[in-house]
Write a protein of this length. Structure first.
Length: 198
């Protein structure tokens, strides 16, 4: 059994000293520390987190300063807990006084999962109610389609003839890549039988 710590800050200019001090204050003897300076937004883009997950063994205890160091969203946190539970690794969060090896910690984890499901169900219910109201009032629902500018057809022809690149086309129209290709697709569908695409 080993005591492992995971320490994370979001930016290179941030200091990890406070998290180290947190473990020192709790008198935890750590066998290994995985530390990184990277955003917590995308859990799959954290090299040290991946190394830690590969390193952990049954019976190990993972220490974190707070839940937010491990995961930014409830869904990511629950997925991490599921993966760690499968490895039979306990998790201790100092700030939240959270320990999955205790009955209280297991209960708290169950509550996290229940609240997350409740939140998801509530969002879906509100979406359904909004759609039903729009249908009842004969109003459109969903994100409105981006409108073509007056210059789009001309720039489209210039792009197709090789006079400008797709990137230049996007800049001229002030469009993001995803929006640009959606608009091109819709434009071509609407004008496929017209001379403008010739």
């Amino acid at each position: 059994m080993a005591n492992i710590a995971y320490i994370r800050v979001s930016a290179q200019d941030q200091n990890t000293g406070r998290q180290h001090q947190c473990f020192d204050n709790a008198h935890i003897n750590l066998d290994k520390i995985f530390e990184e300076k990277v955003s917590g937004k995308n859990i799959t883009d954290r090299p040290q987190l991946k190394k830690m997950m590969a390193y952990l063994r049954e019976g190990d205890v993972l220490y974190i300063e707070s839940i937010s160091r491990l995961a930014r969203s409830t869904s990511d946190f629950l997925n991490m807990m599921k993966a760690l539970s499968a490895k039979k690794v306990s998790v201790v969060s100092i700030k939240e006084n959270f320990n999955t090896s205790t009955p209280q910690g297991k209960f708290a984890l169950t509550m996290f999962a229940a609240l997350y499901e409740l939140e998801r169900d509530s969002i879906k219910e509100r979406q359904r109610e909004g759609i039903n109201l729009c249908l009842a009032e004969n109003r459109p629902y969903g994100r409105p389609k981006a409108k073509l500018s007056n210059t789009f057809p001309t720039n489209y022809k210039r792009w197709k003839s090789g006079k400008i690149t797709a990137v230049e086309f996007m800049k001229l129209e002030g469009l993001a890549k995803t929006t640009f290709y959606k608009m091109v697709k819709n434009f071509e569908k609407d004008h496929q039988d017209r001379q403008i695409l010739a």
